[in-house]
Design a protein around this ligand. Structure first.
Ligand code: NAP
Length: 280
């Protein structure tokens, strides 16, 4: 089975659109997502544009605040403080990566955790790892929703996650632990990666290394979720050799068209949750 992330994301977006429209008729209010974009890094500009377009499609207003590459950390922190206080702003997102004069931790920590649509604030990270209600990072949330489309109960499954970033690997592990999986995280210092991956009922690859996961790394009937986005020549590929694995696995996500569309859908979902928490 090839998991159609584009279709799943469309379903989420149409549900969000309906809910946002219902809320608007009741409250006369609309969620507002504010994105801070610093510099001219081309992929960031594309990501932000896509986020804005997708937000507008479901009825979320989007505001992009642009700064030049050399903006000071102080100026950005003052703006975040202003947005934190603005009752009309439902969600705040600072597009990463940041220029070197701006510390990522400082910026993330400055965002009001209840408006932190990326789920990166330490309060949200702590809540997630404590099993409390929290805003969950969009990509791992999207991966979980895709896995649960294939298998409703994940209890007792062995999940192996390649990568331990705060963005992907670590929150993915927390989400799968909450689903009662046995979780292994592997990374660049893991000794026998293939041996670990072969134990997986569910394999999530988030290393950013094209063609890392080959046919003989995965047991038959595993669910394989490919988070990687790698540019190889003119092509975008994941971390998994899709052609080798597609016949062997129980279910697999393609790249593109797998996890990527779910990430944006989950960002919109998080924005709506933040809006509801503030307005209702
Ligand atoms: P990251 O911060 O660079 O983390 C990569 C992780 O993979 C690290 O933990 C690293 O180990 C591990 N790793 C790297 N090479 C490895 C190898 N050969 N064997 C085993 N582990 C290895 O990357 P990220 O931000 O998590 O992103 C990962 C990938 O997901 C990238 O391709 C990114 O573009 C993509 N991504 C996709 C989406 C989406 O919506 N689909 C969203 C975000 C990111 P160490 O910790 O030991 O260095």
């Amino acid at each position: 089975m090839i998991i159609d992330g584009k279709r799943e994301a469309e379903i989420i977006r149409s549900e969000l659109k309906k809910e946002i429209s219902d809320l608007k008729s009741k409250t006369n209010k609309t969620p507002i997502l504010t994105v801070i974009l610093i510099g001219e890094f081309a992929p960031s500009k594309i990501y932000v544009k896509n986020k804005e377009r997708s937000a507008l499609e479901v009825g979320i207003n989007s505001r992009i605040i642009k700064y030049p590459e050399n903006v000071s950390e102080k100026e950005v922190l003052i703006k975040i403080e202003e947005l934190n206080k603005d009752k009309n702003v439902s969600g705040i997102l600072v597009q990463l990566p940041l220029p070197k004069q701006i510390k990522k931790e400082k910026v993330i920590n400055a965002i009001d955790p209840s408006k932190d649509v990326d789920g990166f604030h330490p309060i949200n990270v702590g809540n997630l790892s404590s099993g409390y209600k929290s805003i969950v990072p969009c990509t791992p949330l999207g991966c979980l929703l895709l896995i649960k489309k294939v298998e409703k109960s994940l209890s007792g499954k062995h999940a192996v996650i390649i990568g331990r970033s705060n963005l992907n690997g670590k929150p993915m592990a927390q989400l799968l632990l909450q689903e009662n999986c046995t979780v292994t995280i592997v990374h660049s210092k893991t000794k026998n990666l293939q041996h670990e991956c072969l134990k997986a009922d569910i394999l999530v690859a988030a290393a950013g290394k094209p063609n890392l996961v080959r046919k003989d790394w995965v047991q038959d009937n595993a669910i394989v979720i490919d988070v990687g986005i790698n540019k190889v020549g003119e092509k975008i590929v994941g971390d998994v050799n899709f052609d080798e694995l597609k016949e062997k696995t129980k279910a697999i996500t393609p790249v593109p068209g797998g996890v990527g569309p779910m990430t944006i859908a989950c960002l919109l979902r998080n924005t709506l949750e933040c809006f509801k928490a503030h307005q209702l």
